[in-house]
Design a protein around this ligand. Structure first.
Ligand SMILES: [Zn+2]
Ligand SMILES: [Zn+2]
Length: 412
């Protein structure tokens, strides 16, 4: 070593040893979750500390422009994983646009068949354009464990539901497609995010029967703040410090419902709503989560995480579960899956047996607006306010229930 270079090394060593001059230890890399304002629907993007990206849901068709422009801004290279929580239009409507815009390495959905042209088109598209198409099937070697997906720097996405074929899909619920939503939890240090899709009370009950820790700093509220989800028992298990509701202003579903808002308030969750706050961004440094709204009354909130890091909870099923990096195959390839029939017709599920709503009178007719997932009582105020004149009339409730869900504002 020549003299000047030895001097230089000594200097570097000295600098490193001096407390005031030493390089500060690098701050933990942030993990960011973006909840996009896609109107009446859901779309969230995870950007992990190492830059892995996961898109959970793709909003309704009319959200394409906003979703694509945000993804172009935030995602460099193909999405590592795209999750469709369930095949309803308000979650898949702009997914193809999103994948077309930035690309995707792998796609996962519950594998729960749903006869709709939009879903069939999406499956056809991802089958051709996305490298891997899969369902969250538990690892046959560790069937009791949850599927986990490593996103780098310890950030881990765990899939709790569905667990087909290990456990059957939930059937005869208010909406079987909603009830079998892919439910995931993203943990990073002491912080966690819970993504509930449009899961229903039945899903929450099934989750609560599993002996596992759901504590989460931020909850993506189920089903746009519908009243049948976010049950008291479930919120008591999740203990969210902040909650994000994804819905459109003055939507015809009556979302979010006062019931869900009250239950969230009762557990002390700070509520963000995309209809009022626009895009909501949540940044975790592993200890706290800082939530920031693009507009609206809720500006900036910092909430402390209190989640046991996964590595410290050796008894938790997710710790011993199948762990797959986002860059490796996860779950089951969908080769054995029943294809969606080309005709788009599958036997209609039996209408829900559970009628929590008052029984409608015999002369009452039921109306669905064009393109809507729900049906209303004929006298519902929402119908009077609706701009579209195109509507479908059902004379029997059973016929309406075979094709659509009951709206939450009038409880048909
Ligand atoms: Zn939805
Ligand atoms: Zn849905």
């Amino acid at each position: 070593m020549t003299f000047p270079s030895r001097l230089l090394s000594l200097l570097v060593l000295l600098l490193a040893a001096l407390p005031g001059l030493a390089q500060p230890s690098p701050a933990p890399k942030p993990l960011t979750v973006y909840f996009f304002d896609v109107g009446q629907g859901d779309a969230a993007l995870i950007v992990s500390p190492t830059g892995k990206t996961v898109l959970i849901d793709g909003g309704p068709p009319e959200a394409g422009e906003h979703l694509v422009s945000r993804l172009r801004e935030l995602v460099h290279g193909p999405l590592d994983l795209v999750i469709l929580t369930h095949p309803h239009l308000d979650h898949l409507g702009s997914m193809k646009d999103a994948i077309q815009a930035v690309g995707a390495r792998r796609y996962m959905d519950p594998g729960f068949d749903h006869a709709s042209a939009a879903y069939r088109d999406l499956l056809e598209y991802v089958g051709k354009e996305v490298g891997q198409v899969m369902t969250p099937e538990p690892n046959p070697q560790a069937p009791d464990s949850f599927l986990t997906i490593g996103l780098g720097e310890g950030a881990t996405l765990t899939v709790y539901w569905p667990r087909y074929p290990r456990e059957p899909f939930l059937k005869n619920t208010r909406s079987d497609a909603n009830s079998n939503s892919i439910v995931t939890r993203l943990t990073y240090g002491k912080t966690a995010f819970f993504f509930s899709g449009d899961s229903e009370a039945d899903t929450e009950e099934a989750l609560l029967r599993k002996n596992t820790d759901y504590t989460s700093t931020v909850l993506k509220v189920a089903h746009h703040g519908g009243k049948y989800s976010s049950t008291e028992a479930f919120l008591a298990a999740v203990k969210p410090k902040a909650a994000v509701i994804s819905c459109a202003a003055r939507n015809e579903y009556g979302h979010p419902t006062q019931e869900a808002l009250s239950r969230l308030a009762a557990v002390g969750a700070q509520v963000f709503r995309t209809d009022q706050d626009g895009d909501v961004q949540a940044i975790s440094d592993g200890n706290t989560v800082t939530l920031q709204a693009a507009k609206g009354r809720t500006s900036r909130v910092v909430v402390p995480g209190e989640v046991r890091p996964i590595a410290a909870s050796a008894s938790s099923p997710s710790a011993s579960g199948q762990t797959v990096p986002a860059s490796a195959p996860a779950g089951a390839a969908r080769t054995g899956r029943e294809p969606v029939p080309a005709s788009g017709k599958v036997p209609a599920p039996a209408p829900s047996e559970r009628t929590e709503a008052p029984a409608p009178s015999n002369t009452m007719r039921f109306i669905s607006l064009k393109g809507s997932e729900v049906f209303h009582r004929e006298d519902c105020a929402t119908l009077k306010r609706a701009k579209t004149k195109e509507r479908k009339v059902y004379t029997r409730r059973a016929d309406a229930a075979r094709e659509r869900r009951p709206a939450e504002d009038c409880n048909p």
